[in-house]
Design a protein around this ligand. Structure first.
Ligand SMILES: Cc1ncc(COP(=O)(O)O)c(C=O)c1O
Length: 433
């Protein structure tokens, strides 16, 4: 019989450095709260809207792609490591179209694309390709908290740049790069990461002018770094723009971006999170390396699920679905904003989203929103939950991470849950003010 060790009693010294470093992701703790209190209204989840999922579309697609034995056999077999050819072609033309670029522009060539198991896998593959312990990533503050967990597990340090409503503060970025140069640490800077559309968690988008300025500035420090400093534009929420919001081109469309900008996005948010198909445009030689690493992970993203997305794009079902979804989220965001106006005091500052899934709210200075705060506990008692803002700041800001903000999601909650949830949150905030 194998001997069982009680969990937590065993030393981890025999495990890898990563295994010894890795911490429990905050999201599991938030999910545990939902299990503990089943009547809890979670405005914390990053889930998308259930009733809007493309159920009939996917039924139709499955029927169509399994109509002939030959086709069925092909999609039920392993596929190519980089992803299906047609899916990569359609992804390339869709992205060029969003950027209002000619499909022949080499920056959008399908040979630059790698299809991954969600864009989350793309972020991970890239981390494996780029980082050694104590390397540095420049981040927006706040930023996508699951990415912060990934960096923590790789032992990567962060340098946080405050977010403004049109993207990161350029003066602060300049000062940070300058101070890294002075301290001789520029050679450890591998990447600048931005979530450029309807950012998770703030809902802010980076303007095109700022994208240009960031690229120019970062490139000007490469000589001192002694190697390329890549810019990762994570566009996960791009296609969740509300109908009235103008389209902004990505960094791929900028001159001199092709060999430095990595662009990632996903079919999770705008189609179905359960399908887990994401992608990245990557310059060489990095793409070849990512492909090799991906080969070690899984020899390629699930061929069947790629075929579903491919058929959705090819048939036009995808674009029809995205249009409906954009209108649906605009409506849901409006319900949340109306409730916030009604139930939050004027002391709470918040932004009106123009896409994505989140409202970002700031409590008054003396009110902490952290997981151990009176407010968070009062919210659990009232059976409502948000994502504490402190989760979304890089480790370099410790111990002074901003602690007054909340990410509040209208993604998966129904209209009545949004209204009830905001009423409960408003009551807890009033009591804490
Ligand atoms: C900013 C951002 N990037 C990437 C992802 C990963 O999404 P997926 O793996 O579903 O493509 C998420 C998920 O919430 C996200 O918020």
């Amino acid at each position: 019989m194998t001997k069982k060790f009680p969990p937590g009693k065993q030393s981890n010294a025999h495990l890898s450095e990563l295994a010894q470093r890795i911490e429990a992701p905050p999201i599991s703790w938030l999910m545990d709260q939902k299990l503990k209190y089943p009547d809890l209204i979670s405005l914390a989840a990053g889930f998308t809207d259930g009733p809007s999922l493309p159920v009939e579309e996917v039924q139709k697609i499955f029927k169509s792609i399994t109509r002939t034995k030959k086709r069925s056999m092909e999609i039920l077999q392993y596929g190519v490591g980089a992803g299906r050819d047609l899916l990569r072609d359609l992804t390339a033309s869709n992205t060029a179209k969003l950027d209002e670029q000619d499909a022949n522009n080499p920056a959008y060539h399908s040979d630059r694309i790698l299809i991954t198991h969600g864009s989350q896998q793309f972020l991970y593959l890239l981390s494996e390709a780029l980082f050694e312990k104590n390397d540095i990533v420049i981040l927006e503050a706040p930023t996508y908290f699951v990415y912060l967990g990934m960096l923590q597990s790789f032992g990567v340090q962060s340098r946080s740049i405050p977010m403004k409503s049109d993207g990161m503060d350029i003066e602060h970025l300049k000062a940070t790069l300058e101070s890294l140069k002075k301290s001789g640490r520029l050679s450890s800077v591998k990447l600048l990461y931005l979530v450029s559309y309807f950012q998770n968690p703030t809902g802010y988008s980076t303007s095109y002018a700022k994208k240009k300025a960031i690229l120019k500035l970062v490139r000007s420090y490469e000589k001192h770094a002694g190697h390329p400093i890549y810019i990762l534009e994570d566009a996960a929420y791009r296609e969740l723009k509300f109908p009235a919001t103008p389209e902004q081109p990505s960094m791929l469309s900028l001159p001199h971006a092709r060999d430095r900008v990595i662009y990632s996005s996903t079919y999770s948010k705008p189609f179905a999170t359960g399908i887990r198909v994401g992608y990245g445009f990557v310059p060489e030689p990095l793409r070849t390396i990512l492909l090799r690493i991906k080969g070690n992970h899984d020899f390629g993203t699930a061929n069947l699920l790629q075929a579903v997305v491919e058929e959705a794009l090819r048939s036009g079902l995808y674009s029809g679905h995205v249009h409906q979804l954009q209108a649906e989220y605009a409506k849901k965001s409006e319900w949340m904003c109306q409730s916030i106006r009604k139930y939050f005091s004027s002391q709470v500052r918040w932004n009106h989203p123009s896409g994505g899934l989140y409202v970002w709210a700031q409590a008054p200075d003396h009110v902490s929103t952290g997981p151990d705060s009176r407010l968070f506990k009062a919210c659990l008692k009232e059976r409502v939950m948000y994502v504490p803002g402190s989760y979304t700041y890089g480790e370099d800001l410790t111990p002074n991470k901003p602690d007054q903000s909340m990410r509040i999601s209208y993604g998966s909650a129904s209209r009545s849950e949004i209204q009830k949830g905001i009423k409960r949150l408003g009551a807890a905030l009033h009591a804490a003010e």
